[in-house]
Design a protein around this ligand. Structure first.
Ligand SMILES: [Mn+2]
Length: 365
């Protein structure tokens, strides 16, 4: 990973804002993804101080050696005691008057604490300056996402081999998690959604004791994590022969997804992208049953920018080459069943490249 290039981009933003320095304040993992993105350091506590000439990382004795190994390009210093006091001392020594920090991750409590401990420093909240850099992925990041996507595809194939009536949602979720871990996933990208029958009509259902029954549709929303990067895939499995209505709804969702996969181009905003799929679902009179947005960015976080949604920001959520986004239309019929089909894609100059490859025809077991 080209950490120096990332720091250089951030330095430019710091200059643009007229700041002396920018700091990442990662307390118990509160900003660990941004810190990892900028330096490679993956511990749960670290304070990065970035000026035009300095790049130092304060951490404690749990992490000193690891920080030096993971982030050799920054100066690692071990600190003890109250983080805000230590940071304040460093800022004073560097003569910093205006300090930028990430308003999206610092708590109000910690903001006030730092203000109290460093009264001579003006704290300038910036809205996710590193998150903005993270939107477009480089080839090395894409390689990790691709690996996570492949592993996730394999887990779905595995599901086709073991899913059967009588298994509970929790048992299926655990078997998929176990499989992924055995195959090299670092934990999982998010708590899996395994929802059968009417539970599949709840877009973010939590797996429970409910057992799979013949005649139901089973929804699997799963993702592996490789090198810190996430994958996100949703597929349906028919338990036995699907009904006419299940097939009808499935086909509408599939056509909606296809319209988005083939229609999304760089330069579009998240509203236009969402509309491509939504129009198909509305055309089939299921518009009210598609409550969530079409997709979201994926990277170190499973949910990050940009947004593909009727509530996207036409100025900020603009699709650019290198962005990794999900395309996941759904139809949720409360009390009956739901269908979602989700693929992970990367925006290229001529449209979307699909990274997940699990079969799209409704699979029955
Ligand atoms: Mn998703």
């Amino acid at each position: 990973m080209d950490f120096q290039a990332r720091l250089a981009q951030l330095r430019q933003a710091i200059r643009g804002e007229g700041l002396d320095a920018f700091t990442i304040i990662n307390l118990e993992g509160s900003d660990s993804l941004n810190l990892r993105y900028l330096t490679g350091f993956s511990g749960s506590f670290g304070l990065l101080i970035l000026t035009q000439t300095e790049q130092s990382l304060l951490t404690d004795s749990r992490y000193t050696e690891r920080a030096k190994a993971e982030a050799p390009q920054v100066q690692v210093r071990e600190v003890k005691g109250n983080w805000a006091e230590r940071l304040s001392e460093e800022l004073k020594a560097l003569g910093i008057k205006r300090l930028g920090l990430n308003s999206r991750t610092i708590s109000l409590y910690d903001f006030n604490l730092l203000k109290e401990k460093a009264p001579e420093v003006e704290l300038v909240p910036l809205e996710g300056p590193v998150e903005r850099l993270r939107l477009r992925k480089d080839e090395e990041e894409l390689e990790r996402i691709r690996k996570a996507a492949e592993l996730t595809d394999r887990a779905f194939e595995h599901a086709l081999g073991f899913v059967r009536p009588g298994l509970s949602e929790l048992e299926v979720a655990w078997e998929l998690e176990k499989f992924m871990r055995e195959q090299g996933s670092e934990g999982i990208a998010f708590p899996f959604i395994v929802a059968t029958g009417s539970n599949s009509a709840l877009p973010h259902a939590t797996p429970g004791e409910r057992e799979i029954k013949r005649g139901e549709l089973l929804l699997l929303d799963i993702g592996a994590r490789c090198g810190g990067y996430c994958a996100d895939l949703t597929r349906m499995i028919a338990i036995g022969r699907p009904s006419k209505r299940q097939l009808e709804v499935y086909e509408v969702v599939r056509r909606a997804q296809e319209a988005a996969l083939s229609g999304i181009k760089p330069g579009m905003d998240g509203l236009e992208a969402d509309k491509l799929a939504r129009a198909v679902i509305q055309g089939a009179s299921f518009g009210d049953a598609f409550g969530h947005g079409l997709g979201h960015g994926v990277g170190l976080a499973v949910h990050e920018g940009p947004r593909l949604s009727p509530f996207a920001d036409p100025k900020k959520d603009i699709l650019e080459p290198g962005m990794v986004v999900t395309v996941e239309p759904g139809i949720y019929l409360v009390g009956e069943f739901g269908v979602r089909i989700e693929d992970l894609t990367v925006v290229r100059a001529d449209g979307l490249e699909v990274l997940t490859a699990a079969p799209k025809e409704l699979q029955a077991v």
